[in-house]
Write a protein that binds this ligand. Structure first.
Ligand code: HEC
Ligand SMILES: [Cu+2]
Length: 336
């Protein structure tokens, strides 16, 4: 008889190695919800550690009792019959009451955390974020700023995020700062955060929303107040006017070959709202929701064939010749 065991065990070993490698590779440089950079995220990670400690105690106690019983009450002689009993009210009361009390404590701790997280502070700064398949529109209604995928906030200030969706359910999550909060079409959710440490934090859509869900990223740039104010001043300006023939041609193309149907550039006739606002595209670090670093090469490749860079993207391929691509790319790169 041919045994399949060696093949099986090899396959299983291979699967384990592959899965292990995959899991660990996911950890490299990943933002961790357990290294909080805001009091909101700290509340959640503190709760996690308390619940983990409780679970650990329960595990140790239950396993110890189990091993104790297995050893202490094992059959000693081959013909020995254990005492035949039915029910033990005392024991049953104990093992019902203790877990119930543990659950009451867990519930109370969780409830307290939820209450603290839900209490929106007055005077928080408003930022409106709308999920689109597969990018984020970011608006500052009180400042008159519209941008995409890169959120700037001043350190140490309460920020109130008003969250909506334009199509399907998305979820707003910056692991080190707090979240997650679902973005639901036709319904407004609120989430407040007080980012305390200056830095750039990675965000990610946390609700499967279609083909490019994994490429739906954003960053939260927590800046010192003066840097944030400088950013605001620059973002409020209309797009700079082109100064060379090529960039003048780029602007002209931008508002005639179809781009204007979906993109807005403040100060020009491009007023589309289906895609990201491009008024200050060149001040961003990435394009396509964190997919590609912003540089001439990537920008040109993106405009030439968006789906080749980000499969599933809603931006269509507009057939353009090399000269047109160069002019569009050159113009967009001036939009600081
Ligand atoms: C049918 C609507 C539509 C048209 C037409 C369109 N785009 Fe887009 N564009 C989008 C959408 C949607 C995105 C976001 C894609 C994503 O991240 O998945 C996008 C993204 C972009 C981005 C990256 C912006 C960012 O911040 O990530 C650039 C640059 C861009 N488009 C340029 C153009 C140019 C130039 C044209 C004209 C040749 C054009 N688009 C035509 C819908 C459109
Ligand atoms: Cu999403």
């Amino acid at each position: 008889m041919i045994s399949i065991r060696p093949i099986l065990s090899n396959t299983i070993r291979l699967i384990f190695v592959a899965l292990g490698a995959l899991t660990l590779s996911g950890c490299a440089g990943a933002p961790a919800a357990l290294s909080p950079a805001s009091p909101n995220a700290a509340l959640v990670s503190d709760l996690f550690f308390v619940l983990f400690a409780i679970a650990l105690v329960v595990f140790v106690v239950v396993e110890s009792l189990l091993f104790f019983s297995v050893i202490r009450f094992r059959r000693k002689k081959a013909d020995e019959m254990p005492a035949q009993i039915h029910g033990n009210p005392k024991l049953e009361m104990i093992w019902t009451t203790i877990p119930a009390l543990v659950l009451v404590v867990v519930f109370w701790l969780t409830w307290q955390t939820l209450i603290s997280l839900a209490a929106i502070p007055p005077n928080a700064m408003n930022v409106k974020v709308t999920g689109y398949q597969w990018w984020w529109r970011v608006e500052y209604p009180d400042l008159g700023i519209v941008t995409a995928n890169e959120i700037y906030v001043p350190a140490g200030q309460d920020i109130l995020f008003t969250l909506n969706s334009n199509d399907v359910i998305h979820s707003f999550w910056v692991p080190e700062l707090g979240g997650k909060m679902d973005m639901i079409p036709g319904h407004t959710n609120r989430l407040w955060l007080r980012p305390t440490k200056v830095g750039i934090y990675q965000g990610q859509c946390a609700e499967f929303c279609g083909t490019a869900h994994a490429q739906m990223r954003f960053t939260m740039n927590v800046a010192p107040v003066d840097q944030f104010n400088a950013w605001v001043a620059q973002q409020k300006l209309p797009a700079p006017a082109p100064t060379t023939d090529q960039t003048r041609q780029g602007l002209q193309l931008m508002t005639t070959v179809g781009c204007q149907a979906c993109h807005a550039i403040n100060g020009t006739s491009a007023r589309g709202i289906l895609g990201p606002d491009l008024t200050h595209i060149a001040s961003r670090k990435t394009i396509a929701a964190g997919m590609l670093p912003l540089n001439a090469e990537n920008l040109r490749a993106w405009i030439r064939d968006p789906a080749a860079e980000k499969p599933g993207t809603k931006m269509p391929k507009v057939p353009l010749d090399d000269k047109t691509l160069d002019a569009l790319t050159a113009y967009l790169l001036t939009l600081k």
